[in-house]
Design a protein around this ligand. Structure first.
Ligand SMILES: C[S@@+](CC[C@H](N)C(=O)[O-])C[C@H]1O[C@@H](n2cnc3c(N)ncnc32)[C@H](O)[C@@H]1O
Length: 344
């Protein structure tokens, strides 16, 4: 058994002092042994010496930048030490080294988008709006749908729900695609106008845009439509063909499309982890503009790529920090302007 294998074996048995001794011997002969530095970092974490762990993982990452584990452990230590900015850069390096590493993308997202998580925002919107009718497209486990509270009537649409949550609000589940749902159901007639909706179904922009058109027609003019996955971290996670487990698709395009073709709407994106939350208000259930311009919209937007530069991306998506109190004020002002007939 070579010395490094002995170090690993001691580490597995929890004999940290022995493992550290073997690693030091390895490093005496080979100072750039990234794995030995990594093991010393792991031991330092176990023993609560985070500043030393940071140094070990940093050296390992410099020697072997293609190994995502070095960056990921460095990022976790930096986050534990409240160094959010540097942690974000290390998570990003981990995601670039290994695009399949879900923890790297998630860590990057939480560092880049501090503030309220999207489900915290949904909870706050429910508390504020107390919607008579809440509709969610794409419910999966029912986690977000379960945030609705009585007397709200909740409607969930998903062709393949995998329910794991119970619902306090009276809830109807439709096991169909959103297109099938809207071609068969008149929500206004059955339930009343939709006051709050959350679009989180198929992550392709043309589907999300169609979902928005269908929802707006069934909505109250003071209603709020929330759209998940509107602020992807990087073009790689925003491809139409899924390449990464952490995936938003090109749903984000709906935001600039609405800004361009429906300037009457109030549109913004909350920079909330993990993938941003679009917000659309000042709805016009009678509008047919998007359907009339559908071909033009598809021609212009199908092949567009997400801006790689963070500032350019946030500008295009009208991104705001994830702080519910200020977002609520902003929306209230926009709705008041609409009620007074004032256009922005
Ligand atoms: C990301 S999950 C939804 C998560 C859920 N909104 C939450 O936050 O807890 C996406 C869901 O969309 C559903 N979906 C896919 N295509 C759809 C479509 N055309 N219409 C409605 N739902 C769809 C999938 O079955 C999947 O369960």
């Amino acid at each position: 058994m070579d010395t490094f294998t002995r170090a690993l074996s001691s580490l597995r048995q929890g004999c940290y002092d022995d493992a550290a001794q073997f690693c030091s011997e390895v490093l005496e002969n080979e100072p750039a042994h990234a794995q030995a530095l990594h093991v010393l970092g792991v031991i330092a974490v176990q023993q609560g010496r985070l500043n030393e762990a940071e140094e070990m993982f940093r050296q390992a990452a410099e020697i072997c930048p293609s190994d995502a584990r070095h960056h990921l452990n460095l990022a976790n230590v930096l986050r534990a030490r409240d160094n959010v900015e540097k942690a974000g850069a290390a998570y990003r390096a981990a995601a670039e080294a290994q695009p399949g590493a879900l923890a790297a993308w998630a860590g990057w997202a939480y560092s880049a988008m501090p503030g309220d998580h999207y489900r915290d925002l949904l909870r706050s919107f429910h508390g504020w709006l107390e919607p008579d009718v809440y509709l969610e497209i794409g419910i999966e486990s029912g986690r977000a749908l379960s945030l609705a509270r009585p007397p709200t009537q909740a409607i969930g649409i998903d062709p393949k729900p995998m329910l794991q949550y119970t619902f306090q609000a009276p809830t109807r589940i439709f096991r169909v695609t959103s297109d099938e749902f809207f071609s068969a159901q008149e929500v206004r007639e059955q339930f009343g106008p939709v006051n709050m909706a959350f679009l989180d179904g198929l992550h392709l922009f043309e589907q999300t845009l169609r979902d928005f058109i269908n929802i707006e027609r069934q909505a109250h003019q003071d209603g709020v439509v929330l759209i998940h996955d509107c602020l992807p971290l990087h073009p790689r996670v925003a491809q139409r063909n899924r390449q990464t487990e952490f995936w938003t698709g090109d749903t984000w395009k709906v935001i600039p499309i609405l800004k361009q073709f429906r300037p009457d709407l109030e549109v913004l994106t909350i920079a909330s982890a993990p993938t941003g939350l679009g917000v659309v208000t000042r709805l016009d259930p009678g509008s047919t503009v998007l359907e009339e311009l559908w071909e033009e919209i598809m021609d212009q937007w199908l092949r567009r790529q997400l801006p790689e530069d963070d500032a350019a991306r946030r500008k295009e998506l009208s991104a705001v920090e994830s702080d519910f109190a200020s977002i609520r004020k902003h929306i209230e002002k926009a709705l008041n302007r609409a009620r007074a007939g004032v256009r922005a």
